[in-house]
Design a protein around this ligand. Structure first.
Ligand code: ADP
Length: 600
């Protein structure tokens, strides 16, 4: 356990770079400041000793003022050093947190694009932000406090035994009882209960999030919160675990802990009463009273020290989880850039016996898929949902790495092409093309940052976006997503197509999404498709068979395998899966026409 804690701090400090030294300087200053902050107690003891020695002739005590000023100077010195220490640790902590964010972002930039499918960008950002924030707290505050508290404890133990070890032991015993009570809540079989309690809390938070997400469904179907069984059960489970943990595990130890923390003198008074007669007889009663005064005042700092330990240990726990989150990001798979990149020759796309299995999946999404798209050809991928069309298309721009076989562009394995060159070579338009919250101009220009306004405009026109520009107040310069400017799904799709047209890449991978296609948009999108695909090598995921009739080749994918391939005429003549799909499609169209006629 200790090893683990030490490692997580060491591992976090590795991100501090040159600022690591500053952290150590901060920790050293914190230790010294702690020692200085204890000195006033000794000054008080010295002043009390002088006063009691001359009692009741108080005026004869000569050095009291000197001790007073000394105490003041030590106290101020302690505070100043503590501030200096926090300055150092904060500077280092901010730099460390910023390094964590930078390195995390740099790492995910090298991840294959498919990684972002499985890990939503918000999740990655959340992980990095939370980890950086927790690290900041640990390195800026907790670590300095831990070092300070350790020094404080050692100094306390020494001081306790310097004046009167019996009264010192009484104070220390109170602190020890308090610490034992504190750890008894967390250790042994209680650790298991605490883990269960925390797990129940996590489950409740997750179920709560699910519930909030599902509110629209709950409202539409007129349900109540009780219909969300999982949420209700999670709440009940949490409350029973929390009650059990608080009542059966924490009640007694927490009471003991607080009693001995806040009243560290609780044992001091009886011990002093017990020792007083002896001191009276011994003739040094004044010295005894001075020692007692010292311990009575000094015991007050025990509660501060224990409270710091509590905070510091929670800081340590946070450091552990922060490190876990950082590791999750840092373990993102890396898209290996080839050491000796090769240049693709031409725009042919070829799948050579490609198999691919998603991480964690049992069955392959593609197995032994081979086909060729000659330069300038249009290849349509068709087949039932889940057949592997999207997966096959995603392998061309290297969203994922193939498990077996090879995907080649221009006769070169995509793994051997510099990722930037590959990205220049391939434009892709998938269903969920994202638009940024900026102007339409900039949204299109991301495809080619050096494009002129005119070029962007030409691309927008080719993508049939004229009507969009006409209706917006500032045309191309209208900001998307602000002041109520939202585009419909079909309109967003056309802007995404303009982006791909502007990119002017020789190979186009596109998902002929129909999800947003109202009839008006559909016609426009079809025109935009033609503008985009003219003269290029096209791999198209086709959902409606009407669009594939003219394709140079149709690949029928089902259960990750190519069932058939050929032209429309060849495949309809062959009477296989495609012919059946074509039949079904025609029936559906006829049915639609008939029912529309009847409706008229
Ligand atoms: P299609 O585009 O033909 O509908 P996909 O290529 O999307 O088919 O899916 C092929 C298979 O791979 C399906 O069984 C699907 O469940 C699985 N699959 C798709 N995406 C993922 C993913 N990110 N992780 C795991 N399995 C996936």
């Amino acid at each position: 356990m200790k090893q683990e804690k030490k490692n997580s701090v060491t591992a976090l400090l590795a991100y501090a770079g040159n600022y690591k030294g500053l952290t150590f300087l901060g920790l050293a200053l914190s230790a010294i400041s702690m020692l200085l902050s204890m000195a006033p107690y000794i000054c008080i003891w010295l002043a009390a000793r002088d006063l009691i020695a001359v009692a009741p002739e108080w005026m004869q005590a000569q050095n009291v003022a000197k001790y007073g000023w000394l105490a003041f100077a030590f106290a101020v010195g302690g505070i100043v050093l503590y501030f200096a220490s926090l300055m150092c640790t904060h500077l280092a902590a901010f730099r460390t947190a910023s390094n964590i964010r930078k390195r995390g972002v740099a790492r995910v930039m090298k991840a294959p694009l498919g990684y972002f499918d499985a890990n939503a960008s918000g999740l990655i950002r959340g992980r990095l932000d939370a980890a950086a924030a927790d690290t900041e707290t640990l390195l800026a505050h907790n670590l300095a406090d831990i070092v300070g508290t350790v020094v404080l404890f050692v100094a306390m133990v020494v001081l306790m035994f310097v004046f009167d070890w019996r009264m010192g032991a009484a104070c220390l015993l109170a602190a020890v009882i308090s610490v034992i009570a504190m750890f008894s809540m967390m250790g042994g079989k209680n650790a298991q209960l605490m883990a269960e309690y925390q797990a129940a809390q996590d489950r409740m938070t997750k179920a709560g999030t699910e519930y909030v997400r599902g509110i629209p469904v709950v409202k539409i179907f007129q349900q109540t919160v009780y219909s969300f069984k999982a949420f209700q059960e999670a709440i009940e489970d949490y409350s029973s675990k929390a009650e059990h943990y608080q009542a059966d595990v924490c009640r007694v130890p927490q009471s003991v802990n607080l009693t001995f923390t806040e009243g560290a003198f609780i044992l001091l008074v009886p011990v002093a009463l017990f020792l007083a007669p002896g001191a009276l007889k011994g003739g040094n009663f004044a010295g005894f009273i001075t020692d007692f005064a010292f311990y009575a005042v000094f015991s007050a700092i025990i509660s501060t020290a224990l409270a710091k330990i509590m905070f510091a240990s929670s800081g340590m726990m946070l450091a552990g989880t922060a490190l876990g989150r950082i590791d999750q990001v840092m373990c993102a798979p890396m898209l290996e850039a080839p050491a000796h990149p090769k240049k693709p020759d031409g725009n042919k796309v070829e799948f050579k016996d490609v198999s691919f299995t998603y991480d964690g999946a049992e069955t392959p999404a593609l197995s032994h898929v081979s086909f060729t798209a000659e330069s300038g050809q249009t290849i349509a991928l068709v087949g039932p949902s889940g057949g592997g069309k999207t997966t096959a298309a995603s392998l061309i721009p290297r969203f994922w790495e193939v498990t077996l076989g090879a995907v080649e562009v221009g006769g070169v394995n995509v793994k051997d092409i510099d990722p930037h060159v590959l990205m220049d070579q391939v434009a892709f338009v998938f269903q969920n093309s994202r638009l940024f919250k900026t102007s339409i101009l900039e949204n299109v220009r991301v495809a080619r940052p050096d494009a002129t306004r005119e070029q962007v405009k030409t691309a927008l026109m080719a993508a049939q976006c004229k009507d969009i520009l006409d209706k917006l107040p500032e045309g191309m310069d209208t900001q998307i997503g602000t002041e109520g400017t939202y585009l419909s799904g079909g309109e967003q799709q056309r802007i995404a197509l303009a982006r791909a047209i502007l990119k002017d890449a020789p190979i186009v991978v596109l998902d002929e999404a129909t999800a947003f296609a109202d009839p008006e948009n559909e016609a426009l999108i079809q025109k935009a498709f033609s503008a985009l695909t003219k003269g290029r090598t096209v791999i198209m995921i086709a959902h409606r068979l009407s669009t594939v009739v003219g394709a140079d080749k149709i690949i029928v994918l089902s259960e990750g395998q190519i069932k058939e391939q050929g032209t429309h005429a060849e495949l309809t003549a062959a009477g296989g899966l495609y012919a059946r799909m074509w039949n079904d499609y025609n029936k559906a169209v006829q049915w639609k026409i008939t029912s529309e006629k009847e409706a008229v």
